[in-house]
Design a protein around this ligand. Structure first.
Ligand SMILES: Cc1cc2nc3c(=O)[nH]c(=O)nc-3n(C[C@H](O)[C@H](O)[C@H](O)COP(=O)(O)O)c2cc1C
Ligand SMILES: [Fe+2]
Ligand SMILES: [Fe+2]
Length: 403
């Protein structure tokens, strides 16, 4: 197993609790989510009289994780592996780990199906596992784990684990951020809210209802963490309140007076329209962001979308249809099901046209309220067409102020 790029050893978070995960310094794409700053896969080792490993890491990093575990205990002596989530970034290393230990796997009922889906050996070799559900506790001797199902945060099987004595919530994908760093805590790295927002927008935005239910379960179980330790990025301690408040606001679809103008262009006409619209929004006193789809990743645009009340989408007509980057963006947007947004469409065409109508239809399919009519301009926009763009800008600014 490669040890290239491994940085540092296991990190003690508090007595008997260690970070033993891996740092993916060079990860730049996370299933379509562009991660310019890399990421981490966080595994945590809890040592009482018995030992439990909470989550594993992506396959290429199994050796790195095992090396860190070995600094604390002999991996073959591990008693439990808590599988909070079966997605391969957290469970990929189970096979490697199972070769070295007889630890019992603790997993949700929904997780078992996925375990069997990814690992034939799990059923054929009868891996030793036990299902757990919300409220179940595991006494490790001086350390108690409480399990808390968190369905759809991020997959049906998702679960979180609370360490009662130290009040650490191992939140798996919830509250994560894609950042590669050798630091483990928020107060060591400065402000990571932008990365947390981008993570939420691209990973958890569709699941605002499950998130609201999850907050109710936290209250019912009286889980009041002092630290939230996700499976990607840094641990929330100093900014714990801030991230919890941000998650509540995002789950409730809270937006501000902010407009996005998202577009692409072949020969510059749709871009002239985009500029004119953005200028007008700004002149109306509303914050605006102009986002060219070939200069901004879709993940970055979705981060900007999180707190934007209103947006516009511009596409030239290409072969009777959308420009491909616009199509890509609209498909991505639909999957992320943004709440309470209003939008309008614009673009330049040459003969038959059509892109603006398709954008409007796709926006409706994404559950966005469409401000009609949009604006389709033949070839270059001149004074009359620019006046039309200014009207759109005014309309967008007014809609943003209404929020
Ligand atoms: C490869 C290509 C295919 C095109 N296909 C169509 C089309 O099917 N229907 C249409 O109305 N215009 C079509 N056009 C014309 C463009 O929509 C027109 O030039 C428009 O002004 C481009 O806007 P832009 O400057 O923002 O790229 C096509 C242009 C190109 C370069
Ligand atoms: Fe996940
Ligand atoms: Fe993940």
């Amino acid at each position: 197993m490669s040890t290239e790029g491994e940085t540092g050893g296991a990190v003690e978070l508090t007595k008997g609790v260690y970070w033993v995960g891996a740092i993916d310094w060079n990860g730049r794409d996370f299933h379509g989510f562009t991660t310019p700053g890399g990421t981490t896969y966080n595994s945590y080792l809890v040592v009482g009289e018995k030992t439990a490993l909470i989550d594993t890491v992506k396959v290429p990093f199994a050796g790195e994780m095992l090396r860190r575990i070995s600094q604390i205990i002999d991996p073959s002596k591990l008693d439990y592996i808590v599988v909070n989530h079966m997605e391969p970034d957290h469970s990929g290393s189970l096979a490697e780990l199972k070769k070295q230990t007889n630890a019992k796997i603790l997993i949700t009922k929904r997780g078992v199906d996925i375990l069997n889906g990814y690992f034939r050996d799990a059923s054929s070799e009868k891996w030793d596992f036990e299902t757990v559900q919300t409220g179940d506790q595991l006494d490790l001797g001086s350390k108690t784990l409480i399990f808390l199902e968190a369905p759809m945060l991020h997959w049906p099987d998702s679960m979180e684990t609370f360490l009662k004595e130290d009040r650490i919530l191992f939140s798996n994908d919830g509250f994560g951020q894609h950042i590669a760093t050798s630091k483990r805590y928020d107060f060591e790295v400065g402000d990571v809210m932008p990365e947390a927002a981008e993570y939420y927008a691209n990973i958890l935005m569709p699941f605002h209802m499950p998130l609201l239910s999850y907050f109710r379960v936290l209250e019912e179980l009286e889980i009041e963490p002092l630290q939230i330790a996700p499976s990607h990025g840094i641990i929330w301690k100093q900014d714990l309140k801030k991230i919890l408040e941000a998650y509540r606001a995002w789950a409730n679809g809270e937006v501000k007076e902010k407009v996005l103008v998202i577009y692409d262009t072949m020969w510059g006409s749709t871009e002239i329209m985009a500029n004119e619209i953005a200028e007008t929004v700004l002149a109306e006193g509303v914050e605006v962001k102009l986002l060219n789809l070939r200069k901004n990743t879709r993940s970055h645009i979705m981060k900007e979308m999180l707190d934007a009340a209103v947006f516009a989408v511009g596409s030239p007509t290409l072969n009777n249809g959308l420009f491909p980057t616009v199509g890509d963006f609209l498909i991505y947007l639909k999957g992320l099901r943004p709440q309470k947004k209003k939008a309008l469409a614009f673009g330049s065409y040459g003969w038959g046209g059509g892109a603006v109508k398709i954008v409007e239809q796709e926006l409706k399919n994404a559950g966005v309220e469409v401000l009609e009519p949009g604006l389709q301009v033949k070839y270059r926009p001149y004074e009359k067409e620019l006046e039309g763009c200014r009207k759109l800008g005014e309309q967008l600014a007014a809609a943003a102020k209404e929020q």
